[in-house]
Design a protein around this ligand. Structure first.
Ligand code: PNS
Length: 163
């Protein structure tokens, strides 16, 4: 039986915490599809295409068992589209838990054949968030230990062009 999982998120942009979860999930499942949410109601720093490209570069060494795609609408619809039985989400701290629990129950209510699997983010990345990395970059701080190289380059480019 092939075990397929999706790892959905906004990834605006991907951080090393996301990368850590993606890499560990890739080793647990036969196929992992990273789903980048295209949300027309939000104004992200990076377009969906840019976010997909940065994640593809960061995960390229994992080979064809890891795919990156954009999606809109419901996460469970992405799961159904790619034939996934699992949704992977990272937990950095207890503060993440409540919202994640609510999402997991909602997704299960919408699609009872999909289970959510939580991975605890590696301790050294437990403080990280996309917003924090963006803020550090915007104020000229060093984000090299916080985000993959492709993201660090893109953030530097955005800062140089005025945000
Ligand atoms: O990286 P994020 O912003 O924490 O990811 C949140 C995400 C994209 C997983 C969540 O907002 C989501 O699943 N959005 C799609 C809409 C949906 O399926 N809503 C119902 C489940 S809560």
């Amino acid at each position: 039986m092939t075990r397929v999982a999706i790892f959905p998120g906004s990834f605006d942009p991907m951080t090393n915490a996301h990368l850590d979860v993606a890499r560990r999930a890739a080793s647990l499942f036969d196929r992992l599809v990273v789903g980048v949410l295209h949300n027309p109601k939000k104004a992200p720093m990076f377009s969906t295409g840019e976010r997909v490209a940065m994640i593809r570069e960061a995960l390229a060494d994992l080979g064809p068992a890891v795919e990156v795609t954009e999606f809109d609408g419901l996460t469970v619809n992405l799961a159904e589209r790619v034939g996934a039985g699992f949704i992977v989400r990272g937990l950095r701290a207890v503060s993440d838990f409540e919202a994640e629990l609510q999402m997991a129950h909602t997704n299960r209510k919408l699609h009872e054949e999909v289970d959510t699997v939580f991975l605890m983010t590696t301790l050294e990345f437990g403080y990280l968030s996309s917003s924090l990395a963006k803020e550090v970059a915007l104020f000229g701080g060093d984000v090299s230990g916080m985000v993959p190289p492709a993201v660090a380059r893109a953030l530097a480019g955005r800062v140089a062009s005025g945000g």
